[in-house]
Ligand binder design. Sequence first.
Ligand code: ADP
Ligand code: ZN
Length: 192
Amino acid sequence: MYGPKDHGWIEAVVGPMFSGKSEELIRRITRARIARQKVQVFKHGIDDRYAVDHVVSHNGKRTEATKVLTAEEIYKNIEPDTFVVAIDEVQFFDAGIVDLCIRLADEGRRVIAAGLDQDFKGEPFGPTPALMSAAEFVDKIQAICIKCGNPATRTQRLINGSPASYHDPIILVGATESYEARCRKCHEVPGK
Ligand code: ADP
Ligand code: ZN
């Protein structure tokens, strides 16, 4: 009904910041559009990086997206003839996002979900691990470690230029916060 196959599936694209998840999501979206498949793109509204209502990669590629806060909101927005559902920043959703992806795939759609698999502490991030388990296809991609050049699988959180500690709150008023891609050797979490 929706495409050349008679069932849908889930693709998970995961990794640390700067690994190219958004770039890869945009690449898959673009190719589906070239094939004249109807695509709908969603992103979690918590992430306001660069632009509202767009998925934007760190190297400046972008595509329009609908900002949502819940899995239910995605479901309400799905149009009947949509074959590809792309979701960015999937780690910010609650566990309901996994059920939503399964439901969409069961309906015959191709779901492509991108997100962080680990938080800045190097621990599993929200619903991403469960989504990886439910997915037919998982691509775990790497950035380049800013310190040593090894494959970077982790996101280093810096507060005023120093490694954020394990017990730092997620919101730090008045502090400058930044992120880097690092390997397991160079990733620092004081207090862990
Ligand atoms: P993600 O969505 O995983 O954060 P993006 O697709 O937004 O990744 O960005 C990937 C781009 O980030 C790369 O193409 C590159 O231009 C840039 N980049 C910046 N720092 C790094 C790094 N340390 N390793 C790899 N790419 C980096
Ligand atoms: Zn390193």
